[in-house]
Every structure is written in C-alpha cells, then in structure tokens.
Design a protein around this ligand. Structure first.
Ligand code: FUB
Length: 460
C-alpha cells in the first residue's frame, strides 16, 4: 500500500460519517485554499481564494497564486484553476506572498485586487470572471509608505457609483477608486489614502501585547452594503483570530462595533477571513478552517455556511460546521457537458489545466472518488459518456448513486488513449434511473495514475 492509498483508507474511514452527513466543508478538497472572496455575477457565485501550497516553506505562508471556484447551487463547485499569479506582475521582487484577493465587476470588466505581502496592494483586470487577468498599470495600486500593512483589499461600489477600496493590518485605510477602478482620488486623506481611527467603539476591544487596550480589528476586512447599512466584517483579536463586524450609516464611517460573528473553534486556523454574499434570497458566509490539513495553519481550506440576518440587520453568531450548506438550491443538468472538476466532494484528486482542455481532474488512483450532488436524471437515462485521457493502462469509472458503496448504475472502462493529453470520448450503458440523486464516480484500477477526466454527461 503506497502513502496515498494508506491516507485514502484513513480518510475513507473518517469520512464514512461525513458522507452520510453530506459534509460540504471544506468546499475544495483538491487544493488548500484560504481568504475566500465571493462575488455574485450573472446567476453564479464565484469564489476567489488565495492558495496555500502543499509544501510549506520556512514555516510561513507559502502562496504563489489565486484560484477561482464557481457554483450555481452552493453545493457543487467548479474549479477554474489558478486564475492569476504573482507572475502576472513584472514590477515586484517577491516570489511568495499572494495573499487575500477580492474581485468586482464594473462595466463588463473584472477587477481583481490583490496584496503581494511586503510589496503592497495591486490590481489586475480581465474581460472574464475567470481570467486571464493582466496588470493594467505596471505598478502597485496603493501608493503608501506602509506597504507591509497594505494587505487584504476589499472593494464595493456604492449606489451612487463611488467605489471604495478598504484594506489593512492592523490599521484600516480606504481610497475612493476612480471610475476606471485602477486609480483613485488623490485629493482626500494623505495623498488619497484615508486612515480610519481605530477606536474600541468602532472595532471592539482587545488587550495588546503591551497590556494596553486597543481596537480588536486585526485584518481581513469585508466591506459591503445591505439595506442602507454599511458592514465591515473582519478578523479580530490578533491570533488566534475570530470574526467580528462593525456597521456604519455611510461608506466612510464612523463605524460602530457590532458583535462577534464566528468564534474560535478547534478546527479553525490561527487566522480566519470572511466574505459574505446574498445569493438567490439566501445569505452565506465564507471563511477558512484547517480541517483538510488536520491542523496545519499554513494549509487552510475555504468553507461556507448559510445564515439569516436578525430582523434589525445585525449578523448572528454563526457556527463553523462540517456540514456547511445542507441543501442544493438548484439541480444539476447532466444532459449537457458537465466539467469533471465540478464536484461537491472528492478524495485523492487534484485538478490541472492547459489552454486546450481547460481544467480537468487528475492524479486519479484506485479508490479515489468524487461526488456531484442534486443531479436531475429527469424521466430516465440510458447512457453515460465522458472525456478521458490515459497514458497508462487505464482503469474504470464506477457510476454509483449517492456514495462510494451506493447502487452501481454502470461501469465505464477507460483503456489507454496513448497519452495523458490524448483525449477520447468513452461511453457505457447505465441502469435506468429517474429523479434527482447524488452521483458518485469511483475510480478503479491497478497501482499508479489511471487516467485524466475532463467532462461527463448523461444520455436519455
Ligand atoms: O492568507 C494570508 C493572510 O492570512 C491573509 O492576508 C490574512 O487575512 C490571513 O488570512
């Protein structure tokens, strides 16, 4: 038994419970992801994340790029890969430090605000939410003399069209972005940068290392407006952090401390970082934990919980759970091409991508699996087909209902296609099945990598 098989066995035993409970957290199992920044666009939730590398260097954040995931049902997430990276900037010297991003759309363009730790806050732009992103200004966006504190940008556009970019650790600053979203009004504050007064009335209180009382705000601000109230949600009280929030009647403050939104918990990391959205009538909070790495604070994972505001607009205390979002809010249509990297849960898998194929599922070995939830079989299906490629002797995909040991609907043999990028369409018969079900693809074969998996669909 190799290392991957041994750890898969452990994971399978542990997740026996998780599968029955339909665990949804963390929402990405193929990579370590952190600092979630959700964006609703055109009926889809895009979550931009930072990315903790599998190998941590020098016992510190090891982060080179930013990833993106999307969902229309809040339980199945499509992996769009690394949509931007430190390599997209040619003016900085850092090869590490791709920290917490946020993306926003304006006039058909997508602006991705990113900190490069130690180099300040920058911006990238794209015509698509999933990139490619390019550097529109060739330098950092925020021209400050405190670039080490210029992390965690958060952006929102007010109803009058004025865009605000807030950021900072352990202080909070903002600029008023110009309509081009890549420059800002230099006529306010200190050369355009407005410093927020960090009072305990505004941001709660904590005891600093020097024993003095100071505002509890630490980092990771998330700025938004709801029902004429402006919210600032943030990581508070140094490390370990909890999530708290403040509100204001204006986008420029003054801020009034609200309450704690998410307490510390054992499976959370020493950092936490929240992003909140409303989507199809529901409210969701994204944050990160360290459950996938079993406790490594530099290997975090993005999670999500559904919640409801209190009647007065206050945010309740939200519990971080393993179950996450319980119900899918839309069924998945399996009669169109479904990307294999759309999944609710997986074990043992990675994704990779190239310009021809896009993102696909890879490092598939015997016993690995993925689950897609709320698949609408309609009045019945007869066949399964998939786009696959194999540079080895291949293997097979067992198509099962609900879980790894669920009812077997059919088996797709995947023989060698003559190369890992020699893609071929294979199909097999399925047991006639109607209605809405979770689908589980269980990968079987000999030792080593079996095949790559790009897409699948069902045939009536
Ligand atoms: O991910 C690196 C840093 O950790 C972020 O910028 C902070 O918000 C904290 O989550």
């Amino acid at each position: 038994m190799n290392n991957k098989q041994a750890s898969l066995l452990t994971v399978l035993m542990i997740t026996g419970f998780l599968l029955t409970a339909s665990a949804q957290n963390p929402i990405v199992q193929t990579y370590f992801t952190a600092d979630p920044a959700p964006m609703v666009h055109d009926g889809t939730v895009y979550v931009y994340t930072s990315h903790d590398e599998d190998t941590t260097v020098n016992n510190f954040f090891t982060m080179y790029d930013w990833r993106c995931y999307s969902s229309t049902d809040m339980v199945n997430w499509t992996d769009h890969g690394a949509v931007a990276s430190l390599k997209d900037f040619n003016w900085h010297e850092k090869s590490n430090g791709a920290w917490a991003p946020q993306c926003i759309e304006r006039n058909g363009k997508f602006y991705l605000y990113v900190p490069i730790h130690g180099e300040g806050t920058a911006v990238l732009v794209s015509d698509s939410p999933t990139g490619p992103f390019t550097d529109p200004i060739g330098k950092r966006l925020i021209d400050s003399d405190h670039i080490w504190q210029d992390i965690d940008p958060t952006v929102a556009i007010d109803d009058d069209g004025q865009a605000y970019l807030y950021w900072g650790n352990p202080n909070l600053w903002y600029v008023k972005l110009n309509e081009d979203m890549v420059s800002y009004d230099k006529n306010i504050g200190d050369n355009g940068i407005v410093s927020i007064e960090m009072t305990t009335e505004a941001f709660g209180s904590q005891k600093g290392r020097d024993g003095k009382t100071r505002a509890s705000y630490t980092e990771g601000p998330w700025f938004y407006k709801r029902n004429n109230l402006y919210y600032m949600v943030y990581a508070a009280k140094g490390i370990p952090e909890y999530i708290a929030y403040s509100t204001a009647q204006s986008p420029e403050g003054p801020w009034n401390y609200g309450e704690i939104v998410m307490e510390r918990a054992d499976h959370l990391a020493f950092t936490n970082h929240a992003g909140i959205i409303g989507f199809k009538g529901n409210s969701y909070i994204f944050y990160h934990d360290q459950s996938l790495s079993k406790g490594e604070g530099f290997k975090r994972s993005v999670c999500v919980e559904q919640f409801s505001y209190n009647a007065d607009g206050s945010i309740p205390l939200i519990k971080p759970t393993k179950e996450g979002v319980k119900e899918s809010i839309a069924n998945l249509n399996p009669f169109k091409k479904v990307e294999a990297e759309t999944m609710a849960w997986s074990e043992g898998l990675k994704t990779a991508g190239n310009s021809q194929t896009g993102v696909y599922v890879t490092t598939i070995e015997n016993g690995d699996y993925l689950i897609v939830r709320s698949v609408d079989f309609g009045k019945g299906v007869k066949k399964f087909k998939a786009g696959v490629a194999s540079g080895s002797t291949g293997g097979k995909i067992e198509i099962r209902l609900n879980r790894t040991d669920g009812e077997l609907l059919g088996t797709l043999p995947v023989n060698s296609t003559g190369g890992w990028q020699n893609w071929s369409v294979k199909s097999c018969k399925l047991k006639k099945t109607k209605g809405v079900h979770d689908l589980c693809f269980v990968f079987k074969g000999d030792d080593g990598e079996l095949f790559n998996f790009d897409w699948w669909s069902l045939i009536k």
